[in-house]
Ligand binder design. Structure first.
Ligand SMILES: *Cc1c(COP(=O)(O)O)cnc(C)c1O
Length: 361
């Protein structure tokens, strides 16, 4: 086997090595079926067990009861930007959004395209999305309050979720889903593109509270209705079978090898601490997010100039540290340290950063 790198890619992102090994081991003959999971009918008992296992583990990890449905929907997180207002906007009532960066902006645009009464009740655009807004008012008129829990590109994250009273929260959790425990009760809907924290790309996990299903307008196209997915256990049409299978394995790893979301959060905090301590202790690296809003998943930072940043990314790659270039829209550097990125990888990055500062700084 070739050498695997320390992968800090923002997405598609690193998967846990034990999961990749399990996929490899059962790829040619899935549990005695004589074929791979990619070649098995989605109507078979094999796949029933796969999808039900993934759903059950999701609910168990997040502490959710039967008042939530777990769905797998193709089209990534981006399709959810339009499905949310289509399904959950109440007639004659506004939809509220908090704008904390690129992904929130895209979600807002999709609601506006549909002609909704979109209210942006808080935004951090005034300081280049470098912080999480506080002290805003949520008014009970709103159909829902949409926010992005972790801003993958700017490296900010909600330390605690907004309080919205009876207004259901709707959250794009793509880049910190399953990275820490949550209280699911205030959420009407949670969605996450799988390729950051729970699996390969190709589908989003959507968790919808049962009462939200009553809102879905009759006239929507079948494939754009959450009820189509909830009524058929995401098997109305052929789902992303392989993706769902890998998600199931990642969740099993999270539960059995990591020990659940509290244990995961402890590890994630330690990984982030190592990098932020290094950045704060250096006159060379500069974090781009305000300290109180820093992400535990995407550590964004700058070097003194762009030449050094290019050299940093290039030298790191030579040392087997990949994916450190910032998003093309903002430049700089970014280390994405999702669940599957190990403490060992983070320590290797910290060592490299210290060394680079000493030799180039
Ligand atoms: C990556 C990302 C998306 C886009 O996901 P796709 O699956 O590519 O549509 C949306 N929101 C957030 C927060 C992301 O990190």
């Amino acid at each position: 086997m070739g050498k695997r790198i320390h992968n800090f890619s923002a997405g598609p992102a690193a998967l846990p090595l034990p999961v990749l090994e399990e996929i490899r081991d059962e790829l040619l003959d899935y549990k005695g079926a004589g074929m791979s999971i990619m070649e098995i009918s989605h109507r078979s008992k094999y796949f029933d067990d796969v999808i039900n296992g993934a759903v059950d583990r999701t609910k168990k990890l997040l502490g959710m009861g039967d008042d939530f449905h777990v769905l797998f929907i193709q089209g990534g997180a981006s399709l959810q930007f339009c499905m949310v207002p289509m399904n959950l906007a109440l007639e004659g009532r506004p939809v509220d959004y908090i704008n904390t960066g690129t992904w929130s902006t895209k979600a807002i645009k999709e609601a506006q395209i549909q002609g909704r009464d979109v209210r942006i009740i808080a935004s951090s655009e005034d300081r280049d999305f470098s912080y999480i807004p506080r002290g805003f008012q949520v008014d009970g008129e709103a159909s829902y309050l949409h926010f992005t829990s972790n801003n993958t590109i700017k490296g900010t994250q909600w330390p605690e979720f907004p309080e919205a009273g009876d207004v259901p929260l709707v959250c794009d959790m793509s880049s910190d889903f399953m990275s820490r425990p949550i209280d699911p009760r205030p959420f009407g809907l949670i969605y996450a593109g799988a390729q950051k924290n729970i699996g390969p790309s190709g589908c989003a996990m959507v968790i919808i509270r049962r009462d939200m299903l009553d809102r879905i307008p009759e006239g929507l196209p079948t494939m754009l209705k959450y009820s189509t997915f909830s009524e058929k256990n995401s098997l109305y049409n052929t789902p992303s079978c392989f993706v769902i299978y890998v998600i199931g394995l990642v969740l099993k790893w999270l539960e059995e090898e990591i020990g659940g979301l509290e244990a995961m959060e402890t590890i994630n905090r330690e990984k982030a601490r190592i990098l932020y301590d290094l950045i704060d202790g250096s006159g060379f690296y500069r974090g781009t997010a305000e300290k109180a809003s820093r992400s535990l998943m995407n550590v964004t930072f700058r070097l003194p100039n762009e030449d050094l940043e290019d050299r940093f990314v290039g030298e790191a790659a030579k040392k087997g540290l990949g994916g450190l270039k910032g998003h093309r829209s903002v430049g700089g550097c970014r280390a994405s340290i999702y669940n599957a990125t190990t403490l060992e990888s983070v320590r290797a990055l910290a060592d490299f950063m210290s060394h680079f500062e000493k030799t180039q700084g």
